[in-house]
Design a protein around this ligand. Structure first.
Ligand code: G3P
Length: 215
């Protein structure tokens, strides 16, 4: 399973990259705003900086919501760097644009996916990745992981190559369950990745080994 980091924070991206387990980065307009990146020029430069900091795919989201606008913006983003994947919202014009990008060989990440039907449409349009939001479904008392399971079955039934990129992943159990189900990718903040390291028995065992090593 691939690990992507869900942030526009360069220091955190570099820390995850240094760990040696990072396969890519996802961003969205909220994450860019959180880092104070404003204005088209700065935003485009920031995407390039992120691409230079990692070896894997970097999702860059379009702001336009009409077909012509999504195509124009997506083509511009794709030209920025070979690691860029154009992130397109799950709307009617978004699906049309994903189909267009797919035929042009431009890779896409269909975002804001909350149902299996939406994921099926994304795959049919030729999306490279589909991003179901696990945590946000949990937030409204709906089982986000069940959606990952349903999409896995549907994609396997028909051999769709679209990769399931579990997004809005908030804690270690989300990651473990996604791995069990067979999601292709999880994207989450750095602290969630680092939480996988922790176990009190590891700390106790290490302290004991170090104490015994002094004997
Ligand atoms: O990748 C989508 C992600 O940024 C949303 O996460 O925690 O805001 O639901 P969250």
């Amino acid at each position: 399973m691939k690990f992507f980091i869900d942030t526009a924070n360069l220091a955190q991206i570099k820390e995850a990259q240094d760990l040696g387990i990072l396969d890519g980065v996802t961003t969205n307009p909220s994450l860019m705003a959180k880092e104070g990146i404003k204005g088209e020029k700065n935003i485009l430069k920031h995407y390039v900086d992120i691409c230079k900091a990692v070896t894997g795919d970097v999702s860059a989201e379009v702001i336009a919501t009409d077909y012509a606008g999504i195509v124009k913006e997506g083509e511009r983003l794709a030209k920025l760097h070979k690691q860029i994947v154009v992130k397109v919202p799950m709307i009617k014009d978004g699906i049309k644009a994903i189909k267009y990008f797919s035929e042009k060989g431009i890779r896409t990440n269909c975002t804001l996916v909350f149902s299996a039907g939406q994921a099926l449409l994304a795959a049919k349009a030729g999306a490279t990745y589909v991003s179901p939001f696990v945590g946000r479904l949990d937030d409204v008392s709906t089982d986000g992981l069940q959606l990952i399971e349903d999409i896995r079955i549907i994609y396997d039934n028909f051999g769709y190559e679209t990769q399931i990129l579990a997004a809005s992943v908030r804690h270690p159990m989300h990651i473990i369950e996604c791995a069990t189900i067979g999601a292709d990718v999880v994207t989450c903040p750095l602290n969630v990745i680092l939480a996988l390291l922790k176990h009190p028995l590891t700390d106790i065992g290490l302290a004991q080994f170090l104490a015994d090593a002094k004997k």
